[in-house]
Design a protein around this ligand. Sequence first.
Ligand code: SF4
Ligand code: SF4
Length: 338
Amino acid sequence: MRYRELGSTGWNVSALGFGAMNLPGVPYEQAHTALNEALDLGINYVDTAAGYRNSEEIIGQAISHRRKEFFLATKTAQRDYAGAKAEIERSLERMRTDTLDLLQIHYVNRPHEYNAAMAEDGAYQAALAAKREGKVRFIGITGHRPELLARWVRSGRFDTTLFHLNLGQPFAVNDLIPTLSELGMGRVAMKPLSGGFFQPVERALRYPYSQDVHVVLSGMASAEEVRQNLRAFEKEVEEQEQAELEALAGRLGGHDCRRCNYCTCPLGIPIPDVMISSRLRDEFGLLPKGDGFYQKHKDKLLSCADYEPCREQPLCQEKCPYHLPMAAVVRESAAYFS
Ligand code: SF4
Ligand code: SF4
């Protein structure tokens, strides 16, 4: 597996990072084994968030005694100073550590959220104060809007950026990754499997691994998943494989949805999931997880075409900053059930 310095942090991080979001969903013993197996096998980047249920507590319980062996990243979705300060203190306590290597301002997708977090009384100032006190080493930002992130990182206030990158969402390669590279910043890719839709796992993981990123964060919750994920990182991606992966990403990402979640559907249709899986579904069919998603939402998906308030103008489309034809994609998805 490749190890590279994360931007200019001085830390040599493993190309595969442990995403701890799913740990609260499994028995503690399993989570404990997964985390320790990851460290034993050379993964040295662990990422969580204050908002991932008790994920931080599990990390504290399972691996705080090995704290020097890994780079620890967490996040706060608070936008104000007091809220972020309290959350940073809570993260330190829950993870039984004196220092967070990376504190990320979490899920910043709209300009007003960015402005609030960066204001004098905002979350960023709380992160800076924690940095001065030695409680935080580096500050990062996370979000789902690559073109906005590419603009915001030019402020020079962040050390790293965390963004989506998978075969169905290759958009960060256009502006964001080149901007971060130019600025010498840490580049961390998330959701390599898009929540489990994109398989086979090894092929899906090798797409972000083929790009200019330092860490690919994969959500893992068992020792078996750790070993399976690691297999994808055993050898470097050669030129021909990279070209094939990029061509595939070009096709599967043709829906253009960034998962910014600006859109909502009164029927409760999870529009971003339908959008992002649409090309994959048509090209390869769906694996059990994807099929389960479609079966679960079948009635809603079939109702879209007859939903009266959306007949003239689909309500969801008014909200999309990319002016995407979501209603048509949702309605076409009904063909999956015929
Ligand atoms: S067009 Fe369909 S997906 Fe969009 S808001 Fe209306 S019912 Fe929901
Ligand atoms: S369909 Fe548009 S608004 Fe909805 S998540 Fe995708 S990009 Fe965002």
